[in-house]
Ligand binder design. Structure first.
Ligand SMILES: Cc1cc2nc3c(=O)[nH]c(=O)nc-3n(C[C@H](O)[C@H](O)[C@H](O)COP(=O)(O)OP(=O)(O)OC[C@H]3O[C@@H](n4cnc5c(N)ncnc54)[C@H](O)[C@@H]3O)c2cc1C
Length: 281
């Protein structure tokens, strides 16, 4: 294996241009699994960890820009992320266990494109934008638009994630919800994972809602039909029940080693119900 360690974005992009087929390495938590299986033999690996420009968290007027090399542990500790994006903090706190959170990066989590990735429902409801850089230039891709299928993205060869931009949720939501359903409290991949934001106007009427589910389809899903249905409606047993039925029609879970499709359908509907019943915080 050839192992290269560029010190800047420019150097990294030049490296990828000169070496078609090279593979990016960030925290290595997903990558090293392939290494152990011999899948990386004969490959060129480009270690991004010296790129200082991608390690910061910058507050802007309308949102925050998170460098792709920021780790799950750093996100949990950052005061601005804790204040503005509590759902992302909750997600990062449940990724693997502490060793994985110390090494794993947000950029690596996105590029790995696992349908069960725990940051995705939060990033989907906060309507994050992924910023990329490649020798051909820069792109800003809406979060849901980056995924092409399980473990597949629309990133082009040599295109790297450089940052994730998340707009502040304004007005502040009336309620925010995150729940990971796994077999254990740590080191468990999600059977289902969900996040939601709810804006209520007077009399329990829904002004706006956003709800996203992971591990129930080839890629992360926003429950758009349920969101549209709930807009302007009061939260009653009847409207919540109807929204639950709509969620069922928007997901396509499978049986796999962690769970069954039937369980995921049932849990997804119950998570939406729990979200819509949650007390404002
Ligand atoms: C024991 C264990 C438990 C885990 N538990 C969870 C869990 O509970 N929830 C969860 O969501 N994930 C979990 N993971 C998966 C993993 O830890 C995360 O996806 C992590 O965020 C990956 O980040 P990384 O920096 O380690 O990526 P790496 O392993 O370095 O890279 C992952 C992939 O992304 C590509 N890549 C990395 N950075 C970039 C970039 N900037 N631009 C373009 N491509 C890039 C790499 O080429 C590679 O294909 C677990 C992994 C392990 C080994």
């Amino acid at each position: 294996m050839e192992f290269l360690r560029p010190r800047s974005v420019r150097e990294a992009l030049e490296t990828f241009q000169k070496t078609p087929g090279a593979l990016a390495l960030a925290g290595g938590t997903d990558f090293m699994v392939g290494w152990n299986m011999g899948l990386l033999n004969g490959k060129t690996v480009v270690d991004l960890s010296r790129i200082a420009e991608w390690k910061g968290i910058e507050a802007g007027k309308t949102g925050v820009r998170i460098g792709s090399l920021v780790t799950h542990a750093e996100l949990q500790r950052h005061p601005l992320i804790r204040r503005e994006f509590p759902l992302l903090v909750e997600a990062c706190a449940l990724i693997g266990a502490i060793a994985i959170q110390n090494r794993g990066t947000i950029g690596g989590n996105i590029a790995n494109a696992s349908p069960a990735a725990d940051t995705f429902p939060s990033l989907a409801v906060y309507e994050a934008v992924v910023h990329t850089a490649s020798p051909q230039g820069r792109r800003a891709i809406p979060f849901l638009g980056i995924f092409a299928g399980p473990k597949k993205t629309h990133l082009r060869p040599g295109e790297l994630i450089e940052a994730i931009e998340i707009p502040y949720a304004r007005p502040r939501p009336s309620a925010a919800y995150f729940r990971k359903v796994g077999t254990r409290a740590a080191q468990a991949l999600s059977k289902t994972v969900a996040a939601g934001l709810l804006w209520l106007s007077r009399g329990k009427t829904v002004a706006e809602s956003r709800f996203a589910l992971g591990s129930v389809a080839p890629t992360i899903r926003r429950a758009r039909k349920a969101e549209d249905y709930l807009r302007g409606r009061k939260l009653t047993a009847e409207t919540v029940g109807r929204a639950m039925d709509l969620v069922e029609a928007e997901i396509a879970p499978i049986d796999d080693v962690r769970s069954t499709a039937a369980y995921r359908f049932a849990v997804s509907k119950n998570l939406l119900k729990e979200f819509l019943e949650c007390r404002p915080r």
